[in-house]
Ligand binder design. Structure first.
Ligand SMILES: C[S@@+](CC[C@H](N)C(=O)[O-])C[C@H]1O[C@@H](n2cnc3c(N)ncnc32)[C@H](O)[C@@H]1O
Length: 178
């Protein structure tokens, strides 16, 4: 059966309960943040390019992930969601700082959901990715956690400018110990 890329967000959504606090890192235009809000969550959305107003249930943090994670942060999240963002960050920082930060800012039994892709850079495009992750690299920090979804797959399709490319996607959804 062909893989459905939407399984990733559907699987995360099925784990969100009303009243949950979700951290959406690299939230973009906020479409996933608003989807979580529709399911009754409160969302903290982090992205330097956030839209001005995402409504009363979204706490907007218009800063980089690096700045957000360096600030004192007493919150613990039921879910940390990082879709299509870690490939734009420094890989050593992600592995040495961001992944441990996730573990330290999650409630027991909380969910970490990471999706990252890499585009074949031929032909060249104007927004190159900095980091490529294997499934083992994504899984390693959470190896003792319960795996919900873990997969690496490739597909061919149009990029943002309509150019046909091969995409390599790695998805991981894990649940922290109780
Ligand atoms: C491909 S978009 C993904 C948006 C959204 N998560 C989604 O899946 O539709 C990548 C986002 O990462 C954000 N981004 C890039 N560098 C970032 C950083 N250092 N910290 C936080 N967000 C960053 C960009 O502003 C952009 O909105």
């Amino acid at each position: 059966m062909p893989l459905d890329p939407h399984d990733f967000s559907k699987t995360v959504l099925s784990r969100i309960q009303p009243g949950d606090h979700v951290l959406d890192l690299g939230a973009g235009q906020g479409s996933f943040a608003l989807m979580f809000v529709e399911h009754g969550a409160h969302v903290t959305a982090v992205d330097p390019r956030l839209p001005a107003d995402l409504g009363e249930h979204v706490t907007a943090q218009p800063v980089t992930a690096e700045v957000f994670c360096a600030a004192p942060n007493a919150n613990r999240y039921d879910c940390v969601f990082a879709r299509n963002v870690i490939q734009f960050l420094d890989k050593a920082w992600v592995q040495e700082t961001l992944f441990p930060w996730f573990a330290n800012h999650l409630v027991p039994g909380g969910t970490v959901a990471i999706s990252t892709f890499y585009q074949n850079p031929v032909p060249p495009f104007d927004r190159p990715m900095r980091s490529l992750y294997t499934l083992d690299e994504l899984t390693a920090p959470f190896v003792t956690w319960t795996e919900i979804l873990s997969r690496h797959y490739e597909h061919r399709g149009p990029d943002m400018s309509g150019q046909l490319r091969t995409f390599y996607t790695t998805d991981l959804i894990v649940r922290s110990p109780n």
